[in-house]
Structure formats: C-alpha cells, structure tokens
Write a protein of this length. Structure first.
Length: 360
C-alpha cells in the first residue's frame, strides 16, 4: 500500500492553488484598468479645456478684429463728414467744376464705407447691431449721393427751391443714421463688457455723428431756408448773375391787416385767409422766381409757398398765398414767413420774420 501513497504524493510546487490565493490574483489587473481609466478621463478633460480655451481665444480675436475694423471705418466716416460739410459751408478757392468734382468724390467714399461695413465679419452676439450699422451707412451713402445730385440745381436759379427742399430731406438721412449708429455703438460696447473682451476705451467705437452738431445750428442743414443761407458761400462761385444780390422781407399782411414781427395780432372777419408777402430787392440785379413760404404752427399746423415772378433792383413785389386749411379760431398761433435767399445773396438775416397771430 506504500506505493499507492507514493503515487498520490505531489511536490509542493505542483499543489493546486488555494481558494484564497486564487481570489487575490486579479487585483493588479483591476488596478491597472482603473489607473488607465483615470488617465483617459484626465486626458479628455484636458482636451476639452484646451478646446474651450481655443474657442475663447478665437472668440476674443473675432471681437477685437471686428471692433478694430469698425473703428477704422467710423474714423474715416467722421473725416468724410468734416470735409463734406466744411466744403458745403466754405468751398475756399474751388472753382465750380472742382467743387462738383469734390462732391462727386465724396459720393464714392460714402459708397466704399458702406461696402466695407457690409463685408465685416460680425460675431453672432452683435448681429442686430451690425444690421443697424449697415442701415446707418446706407443712409449716409444715399444722403451724400442725393446732395451731390441736387447741389448744382440748388446753387442756380431755376428749380432752386425744390432742390433745396430735397437736400434738406437728404440731411435728415444723416440725422437718422446718427441715431442708428449711436444705438449700435451702445449695443457693441455692452456686448464687449458682457463677454469680458478687453478693449481699451480709446480703441472702442468713437462717439461721433455725421451730421454736424452744436455749436453749429441744427437748422443750418435741416431747414431749406437756413440751408440756402449756409450755401451762399458756395453759390458765390456758381453761375449767378453779376452784381450784388440781396432780398428783404418788407411787409406781411393777412386779409389787409399788416403784421408786426413778435407783436400779437388779431385777424377778424373769418376766412378764407390770404397772406400777402412783400419783398424788397436790395441788390443791383433783377431777381426772378423768388420763392416765398410760410408755416403756421400751434395745435394745428399748416404751410405753403408762392412765387414772386420778378422784382427789379430797389423795388418791391408781392406774393399772395392762401392759408389752407382755415386755421383754428381763438388760439394764438405762430406765423413764420420767409423770402428764400437768391443765388449770390450773402446776408439773409432780414429774409424771415415771425408773428404771433390769433384768428377770430
């Protein structure tokens, strides 16, 4: 039986593993898997952080480039405004041909600025402000083009008043563009702050307007009569008749009642009401097709215009205008009467008067 015992005996190193040692063997493998998992997650986090930083840097560069490009355009637009309005106010030594060429060049500059605004790569966060900027610069382009189209007629005699009214309307394009530009500027500045984009104050959009602001009188460009006076410096170099030119508002009547400037007057008898405006030619040249206009303001407003066909030097002539519709009664209204300055007229302080009037 001893040989059976020998056959069953095994060396120690061939003994089967115990249950305890068999359960402990997989642990190093699990640890290695956990370590690999932690490293993988950490790598992914680093990738996400790096990607986010890349996006943030790209976004910041986008805002900075947009702000820089737009600021450059705004500066050039401001320079255009100064040259454009400065030339209208005082052409200096420009000849008639040179003046028109300069205004035509301004039209091309305004067109170029509008095209550059349209081509800007605006961040999504300022999409609405960008749309308003495009409209603002389109209005400036159209305004400059409109003035360029009308300036020759406005400086002549035939059709002058209609051209002045059109130019005054185009000036309102500039006023509207300034409102849009101001809104966009505020929105862009607010977005830069909200997105924590670091832009120095002197590198942000300038607080500027295209239409000149005080100390220039606002009506200098918006009112046809004041505009005519402003353009006298340009008109002096245009095709005006030789000699001294100058008109004055001599007398104003309503239904035969003479009015006194800044003194209340009462008009009785009921309508219809006829306004008689007498103008005096204080120059030494005959004036033709002189425009006369009135505005009546109060709770209800009305306006109208008429023409003095011809007035000789040193003489007076009268334009008759119907006040329509009939003004309200029992209320003091303000009547403004203007004899539009003629080509070559340099002093127009006596072309306009204002009268307080009450109709009964």
């Amino acid at each position: 039986m001893a040989f059976l015992d020998d056959d069953d005996a095994l060396p120690p190193d061939e003994l089967p593993p115990s249950g305890r040692s068999g359960a402990a063997q997989p642990r190093p493998f699990l640890v290695r898997r956990l370590i690999a998992l932690v490293i993988g997650v950490g790598f992914i986090i680093l990738l996400v952080l790096a990607f986010k930083a890349c996006l943030d840097n790209r976004k910041e560069r986008s805002f900075e480039n947009y702000n820089s490009d737009l600021s450059a355009i705004a500066a050039e637009s401001q320079q255009l405004s100064e040259e454009f309005f400065g030339r209208l106010r005082d052409p200096g030594d420009l000849t008639d041909l040179s003046f028109k060429a300069e205004v035509s060049a301004d039209r091309g500059t305004a067109e170029n600025l509008y095209n550059r605004v349209q081509s800007l790569d605006a961040p999504d966060e300022v999409a609405e402000a960008q749309s308003e900027l495009e409209l603002a610069y389109r209005l400036r382009r159209d305004g400059v083009a409109g003035v360029a189209d009308q300036i020759s007629t406005a400086l002549g005699s035939e059709g002058r008043q209609e051209a002045l009214e059109r130019i005054a309307n185009y000036m309102r394009y500039f006023l509207a563009s300034d409102v849009l530009y101001g809104r966009s500027r505020e929105d862009i500045d607010a977005t830069l702050d909200a997105e924590e984009i670091s832009v120095a104050e002197d590198e942000r959009l300038p607080d500027a307007t295209f239409l000149p602001v005080p100390p220039d009188p606002p009506n200098e460009w918006l009112d046809p009569t004041d505009l005519a006076t402003t353009l006298t410096g340009v008109a002096g170099d245009q095709d005006c008749a030789p000699g001294v030119h100058g008109l004055a508002l001599f007398e104003t009547q309503i239904n035969g009642t003479a009015l006194t400037p800044d003194t209340p007057s009462t008009i009785s008898g009921g309508g219809p009401f006829e306004l008689s405006v007498e103008a005096e030619n204080q120059g030494d040249s005959e004036e033709t097709d002189v425009n006369v206009e009135y505005s009546l303001s109060g709770a209800d407003s009305s306006e109208g215009s008429g023409t003095i066909t011809r007035v000789e030097p040193g003489s007076t002539a009268t334009a008759k205008l119907n006040i329509e519709p009939d003004p309200p009664t029992g209320e003091e209204l303000t009547l403004k009467v203007t004899v539009t300055p003629v080509c070559g007229e340099e002093i127009a302080d006596n072309n306009t008067s204002t009268y307080p009037v009450t109709f009964e």
